[in-house]
Design a protein around this ligand. Structure first.
Ligand SMILES: *[C@@H]1O[C@H](CO)[C@@H](O)[C@H](O)[C@H]1NC(C)=O
Ligand SMILES: *[C@@H]1O[C@H](CO)[C@@H](O)[C@H](O)[C@H]1NC(C)=O
Ligand SMILES: *[C@@H]1O[C@H](CO)[C@@H](O)[C@H](O)[C@H]1NC(C)=O
Ligand SMILES: *[C@@H]1O[C@H](CO)[C@@H](O)[C@H](O)[C@H]1NC(C)=O
Ligand SMILES: *[C@@H]1O[C@H](CO)[C@@H](O)[C@H](O)[C@H]1NC(C)=O
Length: 270
């Protein structure tokens, strides 16, 4: 069954509130940076409100899946972006943009900088400029149970992730599958924010893949969520077929409802 404990939280450079809440979209984690706060009547707050509203109108106006906004000047400037997974339908992307912006404001009520990851999208805002930079911390991870035949599984997984990384440094997104031990199929997804260069994307994914070996070796599924990239693997198909390498799109009934098939043990921000 789906157990959502233990929930362990480690504080690195910021205060962290650990909780999971399910809106319409499926929220996985968030992080409020605590070294810069704004007050409720500040210009920063107004700018942040406008920036998030701009993201929502941008998502309403186009199906690109990546929306950025920058509002204000100097120390009151707010940069924000939201990125949907490329395999997510535009209307689902739009609800994720709405849900993520609403929820992050509630979760981080006065912090200038915050990060949030959903199954379908990820959101960031900051008083520092956030485009064209690789940011690999903070990290959230979710992981499943141990798999039998872990060594073989890891080898197959590693090959899959290397292949997906090679594809993603061009397109910033890739999904694919490979044969694992014991008749299992391993499905993987990697994504970088599209403002990154190929090298930056590669660096972020290397960081995430490296992290995987420290947290999640021999696990049957995991997600590594970073500000500039994300990766996930499972032994069930959790993504929608895009134009990628998989030959035949599965019928709709074969697809799991997003986010409902994971048997994660917990959420572990590091
Ligand atoms: C910002 O606010 C949080 C609580 O909302 C607090 O823990 C933190 O110390 C504050 N940071 C600064 C720099 O005042
Ligand atoms: C953003 O806020 C932090 C914390 O208040 C501050 O140290 C930093 O200089 C600010 N960045 C900019 C560009 O103003
Ligand atoms: C979204 O777009 C529709 C039509 O394109 C428009 O009527 C609606 O007002 C827009 N909503 C927002 C919040 O921008
Ligand atoms: C996956 O594709 C199906 C069929 O096109 C669609 O109904 C569903 O909403 C998609 N899922 C997501 C998360 O976009
Ligand atoms: C950010 O948004 C601006 C205008 O809204 C757009 O011109 C620019 O291309 C966007 N940047 C990226 C990396 O998408």
């Amino acid at each position: 069954m789906l157990t959502r404990c233990p929930v362990k939280c480690t504080i690195i450079f910021s205060v962290l509130v650990c909780s999971i809440s399910l809106g319409h979209s499926d929220r996985l984690g968030y992080y409020c940076t605590s070294d810069g706060n704004y007050t409720s009547n500040s210009i920063y707050k107004k700018n942040l409100d406008s920036a998030l509203a701009n993201l929502y109108s941008a998502a309403n106006a186009s199906n690109s899946g990546f929306y950025n906004a920058s509002v204000g000047e100097g120390s009151d400037r707010v940069d924000a972006f939201v990125l949907c997974r490329d395999d997510v339908q535009p209307d689902i992307c739009r609800s994720c943009v709405k849900d993520s912006t609403d929820m992050l404001r509630k979760s981080c009520p006065n912090q200038k900088e915050a990060f949030e990851w959903y199954q379908e999208c990820m959101l960031r805002y900051s008083n520092n400029s956030i485009l064209n930079k690789v940011v690999t911390e903070p990290t959230w991870r979710l992981r499943g149970d141990y798999v039998e035949d872990g060594a073989q599984f890891n080898q197959n997984l590693r090959d899959l992730l290397d292949d997906l990384k090679a594809q993603a440094i061009q397109r910033k997104f890739a999904t694919g599958k490979t044969r694992g031990p014991q008749f299992k199929t391993i499905y993987g997804l990697v994504q970088c924010t599209p403002d990154l260069s190929s090298i930056q994307c590669s660096n972020c994914l290397d960081n995430a893949i490296g992290y995987l070996s420290t947290c999640c070796s021999g696990r049957i599924g995991a997600q590594i969520l970073k500000p500039s990239c994300r990766l996930r693997f499972e032994v069930v198909q959790f993504y929608n077929e895009t134009t990628g390498t998989d030959a035949q799109p599965p019928s709709r009934s074969q697809l799991p409802r997003p986010g409902k098939l994971m048997s994660f043990l917990g959420i572990f921000p590091d």
